[in-house]
Ligand binder design. Structure first.
Ligand code: PLP
Length: 427
């Protein structure tokens, strides 16, 4: 008998085996445990702990009555402001026409993968959504190896070797720095070398710079400085502006890739139409900068830097190894040096490790496997964001220094969670 057209056999085969993102799954499991009365430290979800800057909230309030559909590429003054921002703050030279405003950079990355018929290259580890997006579309995914010794960074020779093995294929490389899950960034000279290889093999690059303004030292580096013609720069409001739920992401294209921008624009007209109009007006204020915004971002960096350094050091003392820390709000401990000890506790891979940690310590983290690491490796990601960002920012504004005493006072839950992890590892 033929299956009914309304039954599961008619699921798009690309979706078979895809499960909800690991981030959402750990969040649900944590909520279940909370409902059963347990104290859970949520270090699983990668959301900014800070409020949206008040001047940006005010701009949104002022724009609340704006109701018309906008041009699919976005409000012209916003695209101009973003082009100026990328130039002023990140030294990226682009023309206004080539900015595309989308409902989150995640969606723009997906639409790029849809529009560009090439295989996906992502360093392992990389953010959880790149590879599933490629699978949904039916693209081939290639995880490029990295290692702890090189701070989990993609090396130019690795990219070169991959491209040489099957020359001439269309390829899309997504490079994210400061990186989720590692917190590591690339230096300008490293990006220059990668750019050289990408240019030689004509690899299209999406430079995911969503955390670029949360580099703890305020440094900026971009592969687009070295390979402007082949690089799309991705940014947005979600991380540095604390506005993940506002769903506004931005792509900046070089003129040479106008054909791709045009193709994604067409998909935009047939799908999301345009990003929420009031949000676009408010985003203009965010990207205009000025003392309120600079002060806000600088305070966020100070708090995240101090907390990240403390967490990294505490976990290293407990026996984990961690890469250098440059930015964002993630730590990526690797328990490989404690492999035997973990095996004696019956733990052989990252999924089992994170489940046991949640059970034993109440700390929710994500397994390295969700980021493309081998299942048997003992890596995990933690987001050090479960603290009250509003009061931390108020304390910085009142003149407090973001030192160890500060983070103990203003981020007590995160500190407790890190110590619980460290004690469990060392125990
Ligand atoms: C590396 C990375 N890229 C992109 C995104 C998506 O951000 P957006 O909110 O702009 O869709 C995230 C969000 O977690 C991320 O961590």
């Amino acid at each position: 008998m033929q299956p009914s057209p309304l039954s599961a056999p008619h699921l798009n085969p690309n979706l078979l085996g895809l499960t909800p993102s690991a981030t959402l799954a750990i969040n649900e499991r944590s909520n279940e445990l909370i409902a059963s009365g347990r104290t859970i430290y949520k270090l699983g979800l990668g959301q900014s702990p800070f409020p949206v800057p008040p001047v940006v909230v005010e701009a949104l309030r002022q724009a609340a009555a704006e109701k018309d559909y906008l041009h699919v590429r976005g409000l012209r003054p916003l695209r101009e402001t973003v082009t100026e921002f990328l130039h002023r703050r990140h030294g990226i030279e682009r023309q206004r026409r080539q900015v595309l405003v989308g409902p989150g950079s995640k969606e723009l990355i997906f639409l790029t993968q849809l529009a560009y018929a090439g295989e996906l290259l992502v360093p392992s580890p990389s953010w959880v959504s790149y590879a599933p997006q490629a699978r949904i579309i039916g693209r081939r995914v290639n995880w490029l190896p990295t290692d702890f010794a090189h701070d989990w960074k993609l090396l130019p020779e690795t990219l070169d070797a991959h491209c040489r093995a099957t020359p001439g294929l269309p390829r899309l490389l997504i490079l994210n720095y400061p990186g989720n899950p590692t917190g590591v960034s690339y230096r300008e000279d490293e990006l220059a070398e990668l750019a050289g290889v990408a240019r030689r093999h004509q690899v299209l690059v999406v430079s995911d710079e969503i955390y670029a303004d949360l580099d703890h030292s305020g440094r900026t580096a971009s592969i687009s400085h070295h390979y402007p013609e082949g690089t799309i720069v991705s940014t947005g409001l979600s991380k540095w502006c604390g506005a993940g739920g506002w769903r506004l992401g931005l792509f900046s294209f070089p003129e040479e890739l106008e054909w791709l921008c045009a193709a994604i624009t067409v998909i935009g007209t047939e799908t999301f139409t345009s990003v929420s109009t009031p949000i676009q007006y408010a985003a203009i204020r965010a990207f205009q900068g000025g003392p309120e915004i600079e002060g806000y971002v600088s305070a966020c960096r100070k708090v995240l830097g101090a907390l990240g350094r403390y967490g990294r050091q505490t976990l290293i003392q407990a026996g984990c190894r961690l890469p250098r820390l440059d930015g964002a709000f993630y730590l990526f401990p690797d328990l490989t040096p404690l492999q035997e000890k973990m095996a004696s506790r019956g733990l052989k891979g990252s999924v089992a490790l994170t489940e046991r940690l949640l059970q034993d310590t109440g700390v929710a983290t994500l397994p390295g496997e969700a980021f493309g690491r081998p299942a048997g490796e003992l890596t995990l990601r933690l987001s050090y964001v479960n603290f009250n960002g509003t009061s931390a920012l108020a304390a910085i504004a009142a003149g407090e220094t973001a030192d160890q005493e500060f983070i103990h006072r203003h981020c007590p839950e995160t500190i407790t969670a890190i110590h619980r992890l460290a004690d469990w590892v060392a125990g």
